[in-house]
Design a protein around this ligand. Sequence first.
Ligand SMILES: *Cc1c(COP(=O)(O)O)cnc(C)c1O
Length: 416
Amino acid sequence: MARRSQAVSRSLGHVLPVFTAAAGGGVLVDVDGNSFIDFASGIAVTSVGNAAPAVVSAMAAQASLFTHTCFLVTPYEGYVEVCERLNALTPGDHEKRSILLNSGAEAVENAVKIARVHTGRDAVVVFDHAYHGRTNLTMAMTAKHKPYKHGFGPFASEVYRVPMSYPFREPLSGTDAAHRAIDVIQAQVDASNVACVVLEPIQGEGGFVVPAPGFLPAIADWCRANGVVFVADEVQTGFCRTGDWFASEHESVVPDLVVTAKGMAGGLPLGGVTGRAEIMDAVHAGGLGGTFSGNPIACAAALGAIQTMIDLNLPASARHIGDTMLPRLRALQSRVPAIGDVRGRGAMVAIELVRSGTLEPDAALAAAVSKACHAEGLLTLTAGTYNNVLRFLPPLVIPDALLDEGLSILESALQS
Ligand SMILES: *Cc1c(COP(=O)(O)O)cnc(C)c1O
């Protein structure tokens, strides 16, 4: 830690002040030999487990052949194969194309670039509580000011924010919430100027906000009727996390573009944009890319991770995790009045803490419960615009016994 503070900028926070020695099977071990049950997965990344065997062997094989050529210099098969997988697995059976990037934020930026070229329009519509990354354009698209935007402006222009559907805080139906958002777009931007609407099917950093049923389909329908590209930011929800391959599938929504990253490559940095061939191919040749984008080892890792998701049926595992966690946390809610809401889908579960009987966020309580969990060996994360959400993202391969043990730690932390 002393070396860290001497060598590494203090701008980088950490959830837990321990150094990792090894991780796998739903457990993190630190250099002092402490073990932590992992309800974080490196922020929804190691869905297939840490150092998953198929990921490790695919990476090792690729590393011994070549580590880099740049896909823009001489292509390689792994990149193409990941794109084929993305095209096949994302919602909709229309003809698709993909590109690969280094991160979620870079993928979101590329989706916006593609939508702008395709439509010839400038405006980007995003939602309250949204998180899309930390680059200049994605900071503008992210809602929360501190810590993501504070002092980092000026921000990119032509980004417009509209109200979200947040059932716990406002009991609006999904279609009513969608109409409210659409009215704001019409009044403040006008559909004819909108290149794309970018929406997380379940918001991640914003606090695992699950929009009311009907919200997503109504927004997607409005986009289709107005020539607006509907972009699903599935960076956190994608790749089996919510119990489907992609969270959009839950309401049979077929996005024009799907943005992926986090869980896709078993821990290696890889992002993607996948979508309708005519939209993806609208960009002039040479318009997109990057030196490292779609690195061959990251592609090998993704192919190993995706094969693991198929072989182990990880969408079913995610549903099983949700079916285990949600009822236990809901039962606890009746005994702990500070639990205002229990929500989520599959292995993307959260509780929102409030002052009992009100909607007033209790960030201090969320911090205290996290601390108590950490002290008992359970790694949890917080989230939310008001910092009052505890979120749980176990690896999808977590054994039942560990999931139960983690939940018991959480229950006693909340009760005390
Ligand atoms: C994490 C995240 C991003 C940004 O991904 P990075 O790889 O951190 O750049 C974008 N969108 C969503 C929904 C995310 O959860």
